[in-house]
Design a protein around this ligand. Structure first.
Ligand code: XMP
Length: 319
């Protein structure tokens, strides 16, 4: 696509101009945005870039392995795999307010990036895959007065004295444009087609207090749900799908026994840019089969609901 090709060349020129011969670290989340940003910046400045993949303990099942493998196998990029699960989950312990969670996570990301910036020999820049909708949603609600809906970790909460300048080459793009750019950069289609995954990860799919037990249950349920979606060939029709674990346990029966386990909500939406979204109209057969599988295969969940809220008035994530 010639437009994206031209955009790519211009973006590369601007990155070189901004960065000079300084070192850059890039936070990789495993999502499409940060991956496209990383590959683009790598094309622009080569080994001046080091990627940092932070495992905050809020990743999906198998995610850390997949991302690290993909970047080490397909790209010859210096990549630090930072296991910071204890740090993040420790600080989040007992926190249930959604904004406090986001601010805590944002601050820890910065701490971790700063540590690694020093380790690679003094990086001057931090690169992020911030998109245009991230910028808008953090600043104002369309048309209305300036109201913060939530602190997007990519944008908000950067301490003044972070000591790192931001490189955000995707700041003007929407999701579909980022995918086109990723294609232009030669990223595998299966990767480009991945559903978005937010930087704060499972923290925004676990309303209430975050515990390791809830996260483990959530990871298992999510893996079953995504497997169901793939088996039914629906993955590419859906913009984003995931499970949220609800902060409520209810009574159920299984076999001859009483259970008292968590409820979960399945989410699946269609969208163009994440700013508005419609819930996906699964068949009742699909929903019934998925609920049965999750309850049979995931200890700790005895009730499955499907979220039929569109955005607005809902949001896509559950926080
Ligand atoms: P909401 O829940 O606001 O989500 O309707 C809209 C889209 O944005 C993603 N999202 C984030 N992505 N960092 C990210 O990288 C964040 O802090 C963040 N918060 C929400 C969300 O997954 C959905 O695709």
């Amino acid at each position: 696509d010639w437009t994206m090709d031209a955009y790519k060349d211009e973006a590369i020129r601007l990155i070189r101009e901004q960065v000079g011969d300084a070192k850059v670290i890039c936070g990789l989340s495993g999502g499409v945005d940060s991956s496209v940003a990383a590959v683009l910046i790598h094309e622009a400045i080569g080994d001046q870039l080091t990627c940092v993949f932070v495992d905050h303990g809020l990743l999906r099942k198998g995610e850390a392995e997949e991302v690290v493998k993909m970047f080490r196998d397909h790209y010859n990029m210096p990549l630090i795999h930072a296991d910071e699960q204890d740090l993040f989950l420790g600080e989040l312990d007992g926190v249930s307010d959604p904004e406090t969670k986001r601010k805590t996570i944002g601050k820890l990301f910065i701490d971790v990036f700063q540590k690694h910036a020093a380790e690679v020999g003094g990086a001057k820049f931090l690169a992020q895959g911030t998109l245009y909708p991230d910028v808008i949603e953090s600043v104002s609600f369309s048309g209305g007065p300036s109201v913060t809906i939530k602190s997007h970790h990519n944008v908000g909460g950067l301490p003044e004295k972070m000591g790192l300048e931001l490189v955000e080459p995707l700041r003007e793009l929407f999701k579909d444009e980022v995918r086109a750019l990723g294609h232009e950069l030669g990223l595998p289609d299966a990767f480009i087609g991945r559903h978005p995954f937010p930087g704060p990860g499972l923290a925004i799919r676990c309303p209430g207090e975050i515990t390791r037990q809830k996260l483990d249950i959530l990871r298992e349920a999510d893996a079953v749900y995504i497997d169901q979606i793939r088996r039914h060939n629906l993955y590419d029709e859906i913009w984003q799908a995931f499970v949220a674990i609800l902060p409520v346990r209810t009574v159920g029966v299984m076999g001859d026994g009483r259970t008292y386990d968590f409820a979960c909500a399945l989410r699946a939406v269609t969208s163009v840019d994440g700013m508005t979204a419609d819930y996906y109209p699964f068949s009742h057969d699909f929903l019934g089969e998925t609920a049965t599988r999750i309850i049979n295969e995931v200890p700790g969940i005895n009730r499955v609901t499907y979220d039929i809220t569109s955005k607005p008035p809902g949001t896509i994530e559950w926080e």
